[in-house]
Design a protein around this ligand. Structure first.
Ligand SMILES: C[S@@+](CC[C@H](N)C(=O)[O-])C[C@H]1O[C@@H](n2cnc3c(N)ncnc32)[C@H](O)[C@@H]1O
Length: 253
């Protein structure tokens, strides 16, 4: 008999917390290794999978162990309404770096230059996964695998390559930095091997990244508005890339 609490305690220090049904669903769908998964109501979780994600129903059936509500709340810091949680093995940095350095690429890499807000970073990882971006790189001190970022990313860290790097070690490809002072993005076709860089919420692009950029691009914005939110800027830029007929992002089923 497996003991989910013992397994949880054994893995908690090194694994990533997947909070809620949708995070677990995404991680499983994109190949995460999940050593332990719990549900307060296993039958309800599997019914939800049958309804919303039949492709992961079978793997979830093998993974999920039912635990009492009190045990579930003792395992997760912020209980999720779906009463489902799991721990997943974080992909190795070496494997992610190899993915990020692979050329040719069929989709851009997103770079967040010294981001500050964990929620923004999670939202960007979700966007990158949705558009089929090759990865998300952060510079600076924010950990893109922080539990709050993983929560914001809804388990989609496993659908793209997420790592922290120095600006000097960015993935190969032409570097397009987004800045309100740049040339209008609408006149530029973004190539699949683009590296798309965005500045920090507080101070914008660092001088280091700005100096490395091949081109500075701006998003259309009326005068008197200073800037857009970071994640919103990434969304518009990836959408612009996708309009160029690129294939990595496909319409949702
Ligand atoms: C909240 S903004 C940063 C605002 C910051 N106070 C500044 O001085 O730039 C975060 C990032 O989003 C991107 N961004 C926001 N609005 C943009 C625009 N109109 N054109 C291009 N990039 C934009 C830039 O990469 C920017 O560094």
């Amino acid at each position: 008999m497996t003991d989910p609490v013992r397994d949880w305690q054994r893995c908690a220090g090194t694994c990533v917390l997947l909070d809620g049904f949708h995070a677990v669903k995404h991680a499983v769908r994109f190949g995460a290794e999940v050593p332990v998964a719990v549900a307060v109501d296993r039958a309800a979780a599997l019914a939800l999978a049958g309804e919303l994600a039949p492709d992961v129903r079978q793997p979830l059936e093998a993974l999920l162990t039912e635990v009492p509500q009190t045990v579930y709340t003792s395992l997760v810091p912020r209980p999720h309404p779906t009463g489902v949680a799991a721990l997943a093995v974080r992909p190795s940095r070496e494997a992610n770096l190899e993915r990020l350095r692979q050329v040719p690429r069929s989709a851009p890499v997103v770079v967040l230059d010294h981001p500050r807000n964990l929620g923004n970073a999670g939202a960007v990882i979700r966007l990158a996964a949705g558009f089929g971006a090759a990865g998300v790189v952060t510079t600076g001190t924010l950990d893109p695998w922080h539990p709050t970022v993983v929560r914001g990313g809804a388990g989609l860290h496993f659908a793209t390559a997420v790592e922290r790097l120095d600006a000097a070690g960015l993935p190969p490809g032409p570097l397009f930095a987004l800045d309100p002072e740049g040339e209008d993005l609408r006149g530029v076709e973004l190539p699949d091997d683009a590296v798309l860089a965005f500045g920090s919420e507080r101070s914008g692009l660092s001088s280091d990244l700005r100096a490395r950029a091949d081109r500075l691009l701006s998003l259309p914005m009326r005068p008197q508005v200073s800037s857009y939110n970071l994640a919103t800027s990434v969304a518009m830029t990836l959408y612009h890339w996708s309009l160029g007929g690129h294939t990595a992002a496909r319409p949702a089923l």
